[in-house]
Write a protein of this length. Structure first.
Length: 160
């Protein structure tokens, strides 16, 4: 028994914020704006995981008007969602993500991001794929005003 889930997220890229993707702090002159640490990659993966089991979305589980989540580490939210997946009788088969960012160039960071997420989610490196694309300077992402992520996950029922 398999379940598939899809997630999307977008955050504004602004000055005087840290850029955190998949729990990795990336050296850049701008960062993502948000109530939490604005880790757009973690948020898209969370929505894909929740979507796979029809458990709603990130806003339902972690409301952005709740002061508890102000500046919070999104990898902690990801761990909480993983617990829900396991409690629901499923494990992660694989995850595939596309980060859309004009700047910075993310290629040099992808292996570190993948290994960090594989550790957090307790899966192998070959179960988490992360690709980075620019928007060829088109639109708000292409003008470096935002970073967006598409994520898709496949869950597999835990036997027994
Ligand atoms: Zn978000």
């Amino acid at each position: 028994m398999y379940r598939i889930g899809q997630g999307f997220d977008i955050h504004q890229l602004v000055e005087e914020r840290d850029l955190i993707l998949g729990g990795v702090n990336i050296e850049h002159n701008k960062g993502l704006l948000g109530h939490s640490d604005a880790d757009v990659l973690c948020h898209a993966i969370i929505d894909a995981l929740l979507g796979a089991l029809a458990l709603g979305d990130i806003g339902l589980h972690f409301p952005d008007n709740d002061p508890k989540y102000y500046g919070c580490d999104s990898t902690q939210l990801l761990k909480e969602v993983l617990y829900l997946i396991i409690k629901g009788g499923y494990k992660i088969n694989n995850i595939d993500c596309t980060i859309k960012a004009q700047t910075p160039k993310l290629q040099p960071f992808l292996i570190e991001i993948r290994s960090n997420l594989s550790r957090i989610l307790n899966i192998n490196l070959n179960q988490i794929s992360i690709k980075a694309k620019t928007m060829e300077t088109l639109g708000p992402i292409g003008e470096s005003k935002a970073i967006a992520v598409d994520a898709i996950v496949l869950l597999e029922e835990i036997e027994g």
